[in-house]
Design a protein around this ligand. Structure first.
Ligand SMILES: O=C(O)[C@@H](CO)OP(=O)(O)O
Length: 247
């Protein structure tokens, strides 16, 4: 039996637009981001398999993207499950910092190590820092510890248990699942699904607002390569993400 999974990175956010490291900071969508979410909804509406359930992080850029897309697809009623485990990677002390300035200050190697290495987290964010989440009510009582920084490896460590405990259960029940999340939490899931090496994952970038479709076997592994519903726009969007900080 084939199971269908649709991954969607949130649309352009206020801090994507300002070129700031975002992580767990809860910023909204820009007009461009809302337009991308609308287009994603049109693509989902035209897709042969309609989602039966939607998953999001606890961050509003993902929640609003899902809401807009599902409204456009006339699927507002869809059951929703949210988890901190789908949040963006916690960017530690880089949260709120300008990407271009960070690149200038620390140089390309360090900048790219922090952005895209598999297992090197950025410096820890202090609990009293402006962009810390340790006092944020939404994370009270979560089943885990609030991160102060994360590498991609640490994102995989907290995301995969949720994939296994919840998302695959819905897939097993023959539901088409829509996961609306973030650049790095989706890179973590794609790394797992496509068996991408720790080195090769550095060059994988997920564009904003374009649905990525997986068809999975009963072990929840791909039976064929995943595909974007708008491959040309996805390639351009991924290239734009890759070059962030460099303009
Ligand atoms: O700032 C962030 O949280 C992420 C996603 O926008 O950025 P990057 O692509 O640099 O990992």
């Amino acid at each position: 039996m084939t199971h269908t999974l649709i991954l969607l990175r949130h649309g352009n956010s206020e801090w994507n637009q300002k070129n700031l490291f975002t992580g767990w900071v809860d910023v909204g969508l820009t007009d461009q981001g809302r337009a991308e979410a609308t287009r994603a909804g049109e693509m989902i509406a035209a897709f042969e398999k309609q989602p039966d359930v939607q998953y999001t992080s606890l961050l509003k850029r993902a929640i609003h993207t899902a809401n807009i897309a599902l409204q456009v697809a006339d699927l507002d009623w869809l059951p929703v499950k949210r988890s901190w485990r789908l949040n963006e990677r916690h960017y530690g002390a880089l949260q709120g910092k300008d990407k271009a300035q960070t690149l200038d200050e620390f140089g390309e190697e360090k900048f790219m190590t922090w952005r895209r290495s598999f297992d090197v987290p950025p410096p820890v964010l202090g609990d009293d820092a402006e962009y810390s989440q340790v006092h944020d009510k939404r994370y009270e009582g979560i089943d885990g510890e609030i991160p102060r920084t994360e590498s991609l490896e640490l994102v995989i460590d907290r995301m995969l248990p949720y994939w296994e405990s919840d998302i695959t259960k819905d897939l097993a029940a023959s539901k088409t699942v829509l996961v609306t999340a973030h650049g790095n939490s989706l890179r973590a899931l794609v790394k797992h699904l496509d068996g991408i090496s720790d080195d090769a994952i550095a060059s994988l970038n997920i564009p904003t607002g374009i649905p990525l479709v997986y068809e999975l076997d009963d072990n929840f592994m791909p039976i064929k390569p995943a595909y974007y519903l708008d491959p040309e726009a996805a390639a351009a969007g991924a290239a734009a993400v890759a070059s962030q900080g460099k303009k």
